[in-house]
Write a protein that binds this ligand. Structure first.
Ligand SMILES: Cc1cc2nc3c(=O)[nH]c(=O)nc-3n(C[C@H](O)[C@H](O)[C@H](O)COP(=O)(O)OP(=O)(O)OC[C@H]3O[C@@H](n4cnc5c(N)ncnc54)[C@H](O)[C@@H]3O)c2cc1C
Length: 290
């Protein structure tokens, strides 16, 4: 199925400034990177006003750079080029691996973030990693923390004529990370997902950061500060895993859709189960009594 766009113009500028100038001057224009998100949403009739595409492929934004404590990933880096141990961050490998092969070889990090869709796995991971994005309007660059990137689902806090240049995440701050994803088919979109990033020292959780996503989430991907606060500083033992996550999750504002497959409450309980499983998986060799 082709894109469902009434396309009149297609540009492939050689610089971010030219790309941003075109986006600013042509009202119905939009950037295209891998095109996989545009494929989905144009076919749902959500891009009927777009008549001009600005290809970002010539902007030299495909790279993964490690700089001591930080890792920078260029916005047009293919998802497949940030998995398989390339970043050294396990949750990114797991998330990339869960995406259909054809899609991960075309889709990009910038497209994931800009779409602000909670079923896009890498955007959930980057939120849990307390990452940030670098955005340019062609003249000035701006860094935005992932916690401020989304106004709402499908509504990124990024001006229409700006481009995401790169994303940044701490490389060593968290020493245990995992991405837990439930989907109805092996390589399907997530229904519920949880990204867990922890700093474990001995048997204790020195730091923890959690982000929830999933196609049944009734919002943009969100963090779980209440749960993080309840777990931070605790010893990893059975008492921790038996903690009443469900009641804490009920006080977080986390809401899923209820539909014929599951209720919102059931999906919230899945988040608690994913958290217990994820912590067990990450601490298997650390706390023998768990
Ligand atoms: C069949 C199928 C299955 C999929 N399954 C999964 C899955 O299991 N998990 C998952 O996470 N994802 C899944 N996806 C989604 C896919 O990962 C995303 O569509 C992809 O990552 C988006 O990147 P892209 O480069 O293709 O974006 P594009 O389609 O090129 O663009 C998407 C949006 O982002 C904007 N954009 C792109 N790059 C930039 C930039 N640098 N700056 C500003 N705006 C930008 C575009 O203007 C557009 O609005 C699936 C997609 C398909 C088609």
């Amino acid at each position: 199925m082709p894109f469902k766009l009434d396309l009149k113009k297609y540009h492939a500028p050689p610089s971010t400034r030219e790309a941003c100038d075109i986006l600013a001057s042509e009202e119905n224009s939009m950037p295209i990177a891998g095109g996989t998100g545009i494929y989905i949403f144009s076919n749902k009739g959500m891009m009927s006003n777009v008549d001009t595409l600005v290809n970002l492929g010539k902007l030299n934004l495909s790279f993964v750079e490690k700089d001591g404590e930080k890792i920078r990933i260029g916005a047009t880096t293919r998802l497949s080029d940030m998995g398989a141990g390339i970043t050294g961050i396990q949750m990114l490998d797991e998330a990339v691996q869960s995406i259909p092969k054809e899609v991960r070889h075309m889709g990009t990090m910038g497209g994931q973030i800009f779409t602000a869709f909670p079923a896009f796995d890498l955007s959930v991971c980057l939120l849990a990693l307390n990452g940030s994005i670098s955005v340019t309007d062609g003249y000035r660059d701006k860094e935005i923390a992932m916690s401020n990137v989304y106004n709402a689902m499908f509504d990124p806090a990024i001006p229409r004529s700006s481009i995401i240049e790169s994303v940044e995440a701490p490389a060593t701050k968290f020493n245990r990370t995992t991405y837990q994803k439930f989907s109805y088919t092996k390589h399907g979109f997530s229904d519920v997902s949880l990204a867990i990033a922890m700093r474990v020292e001995g048997d204790f959780i020195e730091d923890i950061s959690l982000a929830v996503g999933g196609g049944s989430l009734d919002s943009e991907p969100i963090k779980l500060p209440h749960v993080e606060g309840a777990m931070r500083g605790n010893e990893i033992d059975q008492e921790l895993l038996d903690m009443g996550f469900d009641s804490i999750l009920n006080s977080t504002g986390l809401e899923f859709y209820s539909d014929h497959k599951s209720s919102s409450d059931y999906r919230k309980r899945m988040v608690g189960t994913m958290l217990r499983r994820g912590v067990k998986k990450l601490t298997g060799g650390v706390a023998a009594h768990v």
